[in-house]
Design a protein around this ligand. Structure first.
Ligand SMILES: Cc1cc2nc3c(=O)[nH]c(=O)nc-3n(C[C@H](O)[C@H](O)[C@H](O)COP(=O)(O)OP(=O)(O)OC[C@H]3O[C@@H](n4cnc5c(N)ncnc54)[C@H](O)[C@@H]3O)c2cc1C
Length: 410
């Protein structure tokens, strides 16, 4: 079955891929053929195939050195969420331009007073004729300074319990009521933003799911975010041809935001060579810690493979998303520890003469982000405790009262 599929998609790519056409033109044809998103329903541009078909197509495209889908929150978060919850009018408007990369997205969930406790958010949406009017503040919003559209969760009803008063919107970012201010991080990059919403306008029908269903929809996005995993560079071969050149520009722009993510993951790939280069490979403590890192990486990879195999069989995602996310935090922290053992105090230095040209220092100040983004380690442990181990739920005295009546900081 997989062999037939492979042969069919390879033949299609051979007949249609031409590096000299425009990237947009190519992606539109790929989408129209159903091969861009083969596991989606045919009605929305797919082929009703199992999820494993996505990997088959990705491998076939890579082998033909042909360009695939755009990276980022569009295909990672927006498309699967809108596909899952609709309505059809939003599927019609946004799925195709997301697959082709014509529109880019950001995630507007977290607020200064609502991160782990996302359902406590206070950004407010009120209906005014044919538009929702949204005011409030979001924070830590990756790529919001250049995204076209935002996945926004806002409170549309203050008089019901907190999880019931939320609505999920598609927010047009380029408008006077939206101001994204980049935040400078301790690793000197500025990939996320504060976003101020001052009477921002959202068309009435830009609601994903139903009004008041925002929490349920947000959980879908968060599940996809956990599965998102490590960010790999696309396999665009540097060669001539308009589509390839445009794809390289697109990837370069994308990785400008994410260029510190490999450091965030701890750069475990560099430790052995660095231990050897610095003469530390025979140090028994360093060896032991490298072995520990290696074991954590193996276990993390097997968890990811188990999750992929279970999805390919059509099973509902289990706790592997939370386990996998926790495992990545452990790997990142252990890799940072090994880099510190090897480099000693010099690991704090930046500049060309410092360990690995400053990469070690960047690892040390970037790794903490790994255990925060997409839900902290503690939150993953709570999820695992309650959902996988069946432990009693965390006490939530604020769960049932109308949100308006809950005590809040000024
Ligand atoms: C690199 C990066 C990218 C991000 N990108 C985005 C983005 O694009 N869009 C977006 O909306 N957000 C984004 N975020 C924000 C991220 O989702 C939040 O930072 C995260 O959910 C934690 O929320 P918080 O920062 O408010 O911390 P808090 O929720 O205030 O947590 C503070 C501490 O308390 C602990 N804690 C909180 N509640 C509990 C509990 N119930 N049990 C045990 N411990 C608890 C936490 O684990 C943490 O250690 C990003 C964050 C990072 C680091």
């Amino acid at each position: 079955m997989e062999g037939d599929l492979r042969a069919e998609v390879t033949a299609w790519i051979e007949a249609h891929w031409d590096p000299d056409r425009s990237l947009l033109d190519w992606r539109r044809e790929l989408y129209a053929s159903g091969w861009a998103v083969p596991s989606w329903p045919a009605r929305w541009g797919g082929r009703d195939l199992p999820r494993s078909a996505e990997d088959v197509v990705a491998r076939a495209l890579a082998e033909a050195a042909a360009v695939g889908l755009p990276l980022g929150a569009g295909m990672g978060l927006a498309a699967p969420t809108i596909l899952a919850h609709g309505p059809d009018s939003l599927r019609e408007r946004f799925l195709a331009p997301t697959v082709t990369g014509e529109v880019t997205w950001c995630q507007l969930f977290s607020e200064p007073g609502a991160g782990s406790d996302l359902a406590g958010l206070t950004t407010t949406a009120r209906l005014d004729g044919d538009e929702w009017v949204v005011s409030g503040q979001k924070v830590w919003n990756t790529s919001a300074h250049h995204a076209d559209l935002g996945l926004l969760v806002a409170r549309s009803d203050w008089d019901v319990p907190k999880h019931q008063g939320l609505t999920y919107f598609v927010l047009p970012m380029h408008q006077p009521g939206v101001e994204a201010r980049p935040l400078r991080q301790m690793n000197e990059h500025a990939s996320f933003n504060e976003v101020f919403l001052s009477e921002a306008r959202v068309p009435r029908d830009h609601v994903v799911g139903e009004v008041g269903e925002g929490w349920r929809v947000a959980l879908t996005t968060l599940a996809f975010e956990r599965r998102f995993g490590a960010m790999a560079r696309p396999s665009v071969v540097p060669s001539a041809g308009r589509a390839l050149e445009e794809a390289q520009v697109e990837a370069a722009e994308f990785f400008e935001t994410y260029k510190w993510y490999p450091q965030r993951a701890g750069r475990p790939d560099l430790v052995v060579a660095q231990a050897q280069a610095t003469g530390m490979a025979s140090d028994p403590v360093v060896r032991q810690e490298i072995a520990r890192l290696h074991a954590l990486q193996r276990a993390s990879r097997w968890t990811a493979e188990r999750a992929r195999a279970s999805l390919a069989l059509g099973r509902t995602p289990g706790p592997e998303g939370s386990i996998g996310k926790l495992a990545l935090s452990h790997v990142a922290r252990q890799a940072a520890r090994v880099h510190s053992l090897i480099a000693g105090a010099d690991g704090l230095l930046t500049g060309p003469d410092s360990p690995l040209g400053g990469v070690v220092a960047e690892v040390l100040v970037s790794v903490p982000a790994q255990s925060i983004a997409g839900g902290t380690d503690e939150i993953q442990r709570n999820i695992l405790g309650e959902k996988a181990l069946g432990l009693p739920r965390e006490p939530a005295p604020d769960r049932d009262a109308p949100f308006r009546e809950l005590p809040r900081n000024a």
